[in-house]
Design a binder for this molecule. Structure first.
Ligand SMILES: C[S@@+](CC[C@H](N)C(=O)[O-])C[C@H]1O[C@@H](n2cnc3c(N)ncnc32)[C@H](O)[C@@H]1O
Length: 288
């Protein structure tokens, strides 16, 4: 059997938490998606003490933040729909920055020829590669795990893995930016824009700024119990991404228009955004 090395605590553990949330959603009769990779993860880690820690956070989340679990279901479905719209619109290259245990490469119905790059820290990449293999689930695209730290040079490993900057790309950043500094987030947006051919799409999530104030303290403390910290938040996604050439539509995470009838808790408050690259000349392959 393929060996699995559980990612260490900290922000890696948040990926296990979110995958567990997806499993809970998958079990509902009215599920907004079904994620079989999350079930594989739970079975594979059943005896692992790290899962007991995650279970405790799940329990607290259900008792103290009613409506918060619905946020993960809505967020997942929002980005599922955005990726499917991008691929149905002709994009055949998808890049997830900080993919964690995301199961989209085994569960989304993607057009033939779709190539999907999942950039993650080396430890999580190794875990995910092994998990996908152990699951035996057929991939619905050509999947490439790319080991890189998004605070450094992630573009070179991405290109070395076969990413083609001449093709339009759908970029997905879910559950990441709040764990990085504002400067690191700026560098990521600049970096992905450089690699984006005309027609590329951007899908991202960020935390509302109020979450770094007293208002967000109870939720922040729960995140810190998992060994992770929120380092940034912003309320200017449209102008921030617009400054890099993206025309972006932004929804609050609890916006009923994207909720599929679910009631999402007002805390923690997040933004969900999708955009298209519009500015001519934003594409600067090889620094041109
Ligand atoms: C909350 S999880 C989200 C995972 C996935 N996007 C999802 O929604 O299920 C955050 C992920 O960010 C990854 N991460 C955090 N800092 C990173 C960094 N500097 N470079 C690459 N990945 C990072 C962690 O390993 C973790 O898998």
């Amino acid at each position: 059997m393929v060996e699995l090395k559980t990612p260490s605590v900290g922000v890696g553990q948040t990926a296990l938490f979110v995958a567990w949330m997806r499993q809970l959603e998958s079990d509902r009769p009215d599920a907004l998606f079904r994620d079989p990779l999350a079930a594989t993860m739970l079975t594979a880690l059943a005896e692992d003490p790290v899962l007991a820690d995650v279970a405790e956070v799940i329990q607290q989340t259900h008792t103290s933040a009613r409506g918060f679990p619905a946020y993960f279901a809505v967020r997942t479905r929002f980005f599922d729909d955005a990726v499917l719209a991008a691929t149905r619109g002709g994009i055949r290259q998808v890049v997830t920055l900080a993919a964690g245990v995301d199961g989209r490469t085994v569960r989304l119905d993607l057009p033939a020829g779709t190539r999907w790059f999942e950039v993650e820290l080396p430890e999580m990449t190794a875990f995910k590669d092994a998990l996908v293999e152990r699951s035996g689930l057929p991939l619905t695209c050509e999947r490439h795990g790319v080991a890189a730290d998004l605070r450094g040079d992630w573009q070179s490993p991405l290109r070395a893995a076969g990413f083609d900057p001449e093709q339009p790309t759908a970029w997905l950043i879910e559950g990441l930016l709040m764990y990085l500094t504002q400067d690191a987030g700026d560098a990521i947006l600049a970096g992905l824009t450089e690699l984006s051919a005309p027609g590329s799409r951007l899908m991202l999530e960020h935390l509302k700024a109020a979450m770094l104030t007293e208002e967000g303290r109870p939720v922040r403390e729960r995140v810190e119990e998992q060994g992770a910290s929120w380092l940034s938040a912003r309320d200017d996604l449209a102008s921030w991404t617009g400054g890099h050439g993206w025309q972006t539509e932004v929804h609050a995470g609890d916006d009923p228009r994207i909720g599929h009838g679910r009631t999402v808790a007002p805390l923690p408050a997040c933004w969900l955004a999708t955009g298209t690259l519009t500015r001519a000349g934003a594409h600067s392959v090889n620094g041109r």
